[in-house]
Design a protein around this ligand. Structure first.
Ligand SMILES: NC(=O)c1ccc[n+]([C@@H]2O[C@H](COP(=O)([O-])OP(=O)(O)OC[C@H]3O[C@@H](n4cnc5c(N)ncnc54)[C@H](O)[C@@H]3O)[C@@H](O)[C@H]2O)c1
Length: 252
């Protein structure tokens, strides 16, 4: 599959989980992928694995909550590889765990800083570059929590609702520029994040399995497929959309 041949993609939070799977999927489709994360060693390992499989990739360390990091990520991507055609804004931290009456404002601020401010900053610099190129496709990773809140994750739910809001604003502002911006809303997916969240909240696997109509968690590859489609020209008439990949969780 070479539908992203000669395209340059960046993926944030690509050292693990869905970001890692997405970086691999975009590289398999022919894109040159900038793997970005705060975890350098793990990020470099993803680059090595992509290259070993015959793909093209490089690593850039960026904390998406820091504007100077995000600006440097986009500048470096273009300096190294010549353009920025696709971006998957995936980086996030695991949800806060207390109800509003016990609000842990530090945990709230941390989740908002990475999961919402991080997406806004990435959009700012990615859109500037794509505007100059007059083309591009961006995927923001939301969550089923973007549409259906669960209790005791106030920061995460607010941030993920915000991700859908930012996606719509970006789509409205840049339809005329040939830039498409969409969101993917994963259900429960088997990644380090859900394993850590499970350990922190005490939610047992049977509760999570009950969330989907398939009785199982999704795989990172199943989410990566949706982002790949939205990055590619096969979704050329789709923008401002939120695509749930959740085994029917939001259908109930
Ligand atoms: N796992 C799930 O069940 C699930 C469900 C719905 C939505 N999501 C969303 O999917 C996306 C990927 O989640 P995952 O489960 O693969 O997570 P993960 O924790 O497995 O991986 C997230 C990656 O983001 C990186 N990261 C964290 N803070 C960062 C920062 N400030 N700057 C740059 N990178 C940073 C981490 O180092 C890690 O490599 C997230 O947006 C998450 O909210 C996950």
């Amino acid at each position: 599959m070479t539908e992203l041949e000669n395209r340059v993609a960046l993926v944030t939070g690509a050292a693990a989980g869905m970001g890692e799977a997405t970086a691999h999927a975009l590289a398999r489709a022919g894109a040159t992928v900038v793997v970005s994360d705060v975890q350098e060693q793990a990020g470099e390992a993803v680059v090595a694995a992509i290259r070993e499989a015959g793909g093209k990739a490089s690593f850039f360390r960026a904390d998406v909550s820091r504007e100077e990091d995000v600006a440097a990520l986009v500048t470096t991507t273009v300096e190294r590889h010549g353009s920025l055609d696709c971006a998957v804004n995936n980086a996030a931290v695991r949800p806060d765990t207390r109800p509003l009456v016990d609000l842990d404002i530090d945990a709230f601020d941390r989740v908002i800083a990475v999961d919402l401010r991080g997406v806004a900053l990435c959009l700012k610099y990615e859109l500037r570059q794509m505007q100059a190129q007059e083309r591009g496709s961006i995927v923001n990773i939301g969550s089923v929590s973007s549409q259906r809140p669960r209790p005791s994750n106030p920061g995460y739910v607010a941030a993920k609702h915000g991700v859908v809001g930012l996606t719509k604003v970006a789509a409205i502002e840049h339809g005329k520029d040939g830039i498409r911006i969409n969101a993917v809303l994963p259900g429960g997916v088997d990644t380090p994040m859900i394993r850590e969240a499970r350990a922190a909240s005490g939610i047992v696997p049977s509760d999570e399995f009950a969330l989907s109509l398939f009785g199982r968690l999704g795989t990172p590859d199943e989410i990566a497929e949706a982002s790949l489609w939205l990055c590619s020209d096969r979704s050329s008439y789709v923008t401002g959309h939120s695509l749930a990949v959740d085994a029917g969780y939001l259908a109930r």
